[in-house]
Structures are given as C-alpha cells and as structure tokens.
Design a protein around this ligand. Sequence first.
Ligand code: SDX
Length: 428
Amino acid sequence: MTEKAVLTFGDQQIELPIVEGSDGNRAIDISQLLAKTGMTSYDPALGNTAFCKSAITYIDGDKGILRYRGIPIEQFTQHPNFIEVAWLLIFGELPNEEEHIDFRARLTANELLHEDIKDQFQFIPADSPPMAILSATLNNLACIHKEFLEVNSPEGLVGAAARLISKARTIAAFAYRRSMGLPFIYPDPSLRYCANFLHMMFSLPYKQYVVTDEIQDALNLLFILHADHEQNCSTSTVRVVGSSHANLFASCAAGVSALWGPLHGGANVDVVEMLERIYKGGISPEQCIRDAKDKTNPFRLSGFGHRVYRNFDPRAKILKAACDRVLASMNRHDPLLDIARKLEELALNDPYFVERKLYPNVDFYSGIILRAIGIPTNMFTVCFAIGRLPGWIAQWKEQHDDPSSRIVRPRQIYTGEGERNYVPMDQR
Ligand code: SDX
C-alpha cells in the first residue's frame, strides 16, 4: 500500500501522496493542494520544497555526502579531470575513450570567440566587474551562434555544451586581460582545458606560461568540486529561466547573475577580503567571530554555513587539503591559510556556530588555491561559474528533456491594500 500523508483542517481532510526518491529521499506531494483545498503552501526561500526531481547530484546535508551521478566526489580527487566530470553530469555516465576524445575535440574547436564578440571587449571599461562581462557575453553568444538557440537534437546539445564550456573560459581570460591592459592571448589547441585557461590568462607575447602538474590538478579539482550542487540558488535560476523555453545561453547567463551574490558564489571573494583584513591588522580573528555573532552587526563569517549541509561541506575538506598540496608544490606559504585555519578552529569551538551547525563551505578555502595560482580576487566567482557551467547545462537538459516539465510559476500570499479607487492628481 503506498504511504500517504493526511492533512486535516476545519472539517476538511485530504490525503497527499508520498514521493519516494533514491537513497531515502522522500517528499509529500502537494501538487494537487490548491485544486483540493483552494489554498497554496507557504515556504519562503523554498527551504522545505523540492521543486523538481533530478538524477544528477545527491547531497546528504547531515552526513556531509556529495555524489555526482552516484559517484562520491572524493573519488575524483586522485586524477582530477574536469572535462570527464562535465560529461558525466550532462550525459549521466563517464565518457568512454571515443566520447572523451570527441568532446575534447569539440572544446578545442570552440575555444575561440567570434572576432565580433572579441571586438566588443574594447568598449568595456577596464574596471568592469568580470561577472557582468561573463553574463553579458554568454548571452551575446546567441547573437552569433543562432543555430544553438534550439537544442532539441542530442547533437545540438553536445555542440551547445562544448561551445559554452569552452568559450566561458576564453571570455573569462579575455575579461582579465582587458582589466590588466594586456593583449589578448589566443587559446592554444595543444593544451588541455585548465592549462589553456591559464595560458590565456598569464602568457605574454614574449613568454609562454607553463603550468605545473600540481597547479593543473588543483584547478581541475577546483572546477570539479564546483561543477554541480543540486538545486542551489543559481541552478534553480537556470531551471526557472529554462522552464519558459528560453535558450541554454540565456539560462546560463541568468545563472551567472544569481551566482554573483555574496551569499552564494560571491562568498569566495568575501572570504579572501575578510582574511586580508585580518592579515593587514584591521581586525583580529577573535573580533571577526564576535562580529559574526553580533545580531546588530550585518557581518557574517563568509565561507561558513550552508542551507543544506549541517555537517562539514565535503568540498571544503578536500579543498583544505588541496591548499597544502598546491602551496607545498610551489614552496610557498600563505599567511591567509593560517588565519583561515584559526577562524575555523575558533568557530568550531564556539557554541554559536556549533548550535547552528555552521561549518566551512566550498568557498572558505577555494580562494586560497586561486590566489596561489595567481588568479586575482575579482576573478574568483568567475572561476566558480566556469566550474558550475556543466551542472547548469546538465540541470537545464534534464528539465528540457522531461515532457512533464512546465513553466515555473510560484504563487504568493497577498498582503497589500484591499480594493480602492484611483485618486485624480488634484485630489491627492
Ligand atoms: C554557496 O546552496 C548551495 O548549494 C550553494 C553552494 C553551491 O555549491 O551552489 O554550496 C555555494 O553558495 C555556499 C554558501 C556561500 N555563502 C557564504 O559563505 C555566505 C555566508 N553564509 C551565510 O550567509 C549563510 O550561511 C548561507 C547564505 C550560506 C545560508 O543561509 P541560510 O540557510 O538562510 O541560513 P540562515 O540565514 O537561516 O542562518 C541560520 C542562523 C542565523 O542565526 P539565527 O537567526 O538562528 O540566530 O545561522 C546564522 C544566521 O544568522 N548564520 C551565520 C552564518 N550563516 C548563518 N552567522 C554568522 N556567519 C555565517 N556565515
């Protein structure tokens, strides 16, 4: 017998089905609530609402578990390969040799920006926010590649995915070069994904940037750990925009805008700025903790807390270890890492954080690695977006391929004025 929930209010009683997912995921199906009761549910910020079914990413917030298509993220750390994880997320299985070679070839074939798109950079002020450039330019790709506005064919989706994943990297590098007043360095087809990105970022006309294996692995790992995270703010945004049948470029451009916020992907910038303030003596770690607990102070401990994880964010654990590896490989010491560790120690021994189950999240250590690679702080969230693109594409495709999916249109509780009349200007 299928289990049901019973909702009783006044003289009404209705039965609501229970939806079973994999791994113990359960939900009360309220899709008929309005029809049966004339009332909607009320769940601001949707913290208690599953707004879709998905087979892409599984999170257990209490146990600190994160799996991509069933594979625990810890299993990608040995030989990190961002492109094969991108394929896994989008198409559901790890690529075989032929698929991997073909997808890499597609990425190489799509690494250039159309010269008309490249030329737009000269009219963008050098101090423009890179996230604004990324969001706008992803949308602009639709002006040039009209054939990818419709991705109803599987071939169309593979092509569009390769185009987006490859060009996002070039757009990011060109935005950085524009901000530095440096000439654009074109992609090098002989380089793998991450090495090519760093080549476009840091090579000079007279000196080629050569990436070390450790840095290449660290960036692959960082992109992998950011690749998807079920229905977070930016991914839900991509689904909402895509639900109107807006094209993949426009949907991902909207995802970039949502990710930009300091409560979401922008936190990695805030974390490093917070650590630098402590390092430069503006504030002590202990003062930071006090400010974060002070309800009269808007300051929050950036890189801490999470809507879903009530345990360590497994990505933070992996990135913390990666910080040590990257810095050791460069024979470098970053005092900000010591400060980050001190903040973590203070917070994890403070009842305020322990009671609220606030642990380091993915943004707490990621900035240390990006700094070590030489990526400037204002490019951190852009790197998050490059990593998250395969997840956005996968989630957009899953919704696009679902014949039962409908345009997302939530309801509201109206709290405004009752009916009243228009007042002419001379009577106001
Ligand atoms: C990402 O959703 C995802 O999956 C996102 C992400 C992904 O991969 O897509 O994981 C990436 O966005 C990670 C989060 C990055 N953001 C930050 O690090 C910013 C700092 N963190 C907080 O703003 C906060 O923890 C959020 C936004 C992450 C979560 O917010 P919630 O779930 O709405 O938590 P809340 O505001 O309800 O907080 C509950 C309590 C409150 O105190 P009380 O009212 O109970 O007294 O915890 C407090 C909050 O004040 N709190 C914090 C805090 N985070 C929550 N207090 C101090 N410092 C913090 N960081």
